[in-house]
Structure formats: C-alpha cells, structure tokens
Design a protein around this ligand. Structure first.
Ligand code: PEP
Length: 263
C-alpha cells in the first residue's frame, strides 16, 4: 500500500564521471536552474553522487544553492573507522567530511567489483552505525527476469540485509529498485512493471519493519526527462536514481521537477 506522504527523492549517480571542469560546470548549471525556478525541498529531496575524489568540492559548491542538494557517496569501505586499509574510505571518514548519504549495493559494484552479500552487509552496517542514510540498491538481471525469478531475487536482496539493520535504522534506508537490464541501456521497465515490483518491495518491507509503509522506494534504469512523468505517477515509485541523465543539468532538473509535481 503506497503512502502519498513520502517525499520523493531524485539522486544523480555520476559514476566515474565527469572530469573536474565538467563537474564544476554541471553543478553551476543545475544551481542556475534552481535559482530560476526552485523545486521546494518538501516536494522532493535532491542529491548528487559524484566520484569520491570530488565529494567535498561538490559539497562546497552546493553550499550556496537555492535549496539543499545532498552530496552522496557512491560507495564506502567494508571496514569501519580508520587504519591501515590502503585505498579505502570508511563511513566514519565520510561522516567526518560532512557526507551524510551513501549508495550501497549498486549492481555495478555487485557485478564488477565483487560486492557480494557479506561485503554489502558490512558496508550497510558500518554506514548506518556511523549515522549515514543509505540508498540500498536491488535489482534482477535480464536472465532472472526471463526465468520468472525477478520478485524472488529482489525480495531476497532486501532480506539479505535484515540481519544487520537495527529496528530504528530502517528509517535511515532508502531502497532503489534498479533492474540491471535497464541500467545504461536505454530500456526502462514499463511503469506498470516497475509499479508492480515496487508494490512487492513495499509489501516485503512492511513485513520486516514498521517503517516499511513510509520508506521511499526509488526506481532506477534509464530514467530520463521523457519518461519521468509517467514513472513519477506510479503510487509506489517515490523517486529516481538517475545515471546517464544526471550528467545533463537540464535533464536532471526536469526529472526532479517531474517527481516534485507528482505527489
Ligand atoms: C544507475 O547507474 O544507477 C542508473 C540507473 O543508470 P542509468 O540511469 O544510466 O540507467
């Protein structure tokens, strides 16, 4: 059952893009769009997830934006605190730099960098314990969908984390449903298919946590300005995790506007 009081989220995942000068330009353009016609924070949370090396500079650039735009880490270490872990950035280091949000479990991390379930549980556990809000990504492959396993796979990915989330911490989790076959491919799940999966995720969440009815469930997978309005109209789609289209300020702004106006 959907809850229309959930404030939507629109988060841009920049992945390993862009170069410094283009990132600067992108943020300036986005800030100008907000200055020209603002999107009220109570209508839509907005965040951008730059590369780790750009997190603090983007955050500094966003300080004078016309509204709050969160800076989100794309990933974090499976190890907590500080120590001899070359190349790693822990939840505590993110928090210490003023970063309050992190993605965990993006399919590119799962598929390309070996983030299996035990690693994801450690990342999630440390992120939540450090006080971060986590956008936890789930989604099935094309093969799994064609075999009729999509619901089972996605619900299992949610159950996977239950053991490391304390009762009160569920309110600090946002779910992003991203069918792998729709990421970066230009293929979007139809609004009907996406809504059906979101409703199942919502049902699963309500069985696990009393916060389930109020948790935001974002859709991700080739979201663009052109398809955002119909996705935003679905009752259980509470926002979008946007890859490619978030690298264009105008497209990203239009997507945020679509969700802000939908609820
Ligand atoms: C993503 O990387 O989370 C994503 C949804 O990418 P795209 O919008 O490019 O499909």
């Amino acid at each position: 059952m959907s809850n229309s009081t959930i404030t939507p989220w629109v988060v841009g995942n920049w992945k390993m893009n862009p170069m410094h000068a283009n990132a600067f330009q992108l943020i300036q353009e986005f800030k100008q769009l907000l200055e020209h016609e603002n999107i009220a924070p109570e209508q839509c949370h907005i965040g951008v997830a730059p590369t780790t090396i750009a997190l603090t500079s983007i955050q500094a650039q966003l300080k004078d934006a016309a509204r709050t735009v969160y800076t989100v880490a794309q990933d974090l270490s499976r190890v907590a605190g500080t120590g001899a872990y070359t190349g790693e950035v822990s939840a505590e280091l993110l928090k210490d730099s003023g970063i309050e949000f992190a993605l965990v479990g993006h399919s590119e991390r799962r598929e390309l960098f070996g983030d299996h379930v035990e690693i994801l549980k450690e990342k999630l556990h440390h992120a939540l314990n450090a006080g971060l809000t986590v956008i936890y990504c789930v989604g099935e492959s094309l093969d799994q969908r064609e075999q009729g396993l999509a619901d089972q796979v996605v619900l299992q990915q949610i159950c996977d984390i239950a053991a490391v989330v304390q009762a009160e911490q569920w309110q600090n989790i946002v779910i992003a449903y991203e069918p792998i076959w729709a990421i970066g491919t230009g293929k979007t799940a139809s609004p009907e298919d996406a809504q059906a999966m979101h409703a199942k995720i919502r049902e699963g969440l309500t069985q696990i946590t009393s916060y389930g009815a109020n948790m935001a469930i974002l859709y991700g997978g080739s979201v663009k300005a052109e398809n955002a309005v119909e996705l935003a109209a679905c009752p259980d789609i509470n926002g979008a995790l946007v890859g490619g289209a978030s690298l264009n300020a105008q497209s990203f702004y239009q997507i945020a506007k679509a969700f802000a106006q939908s609820k």
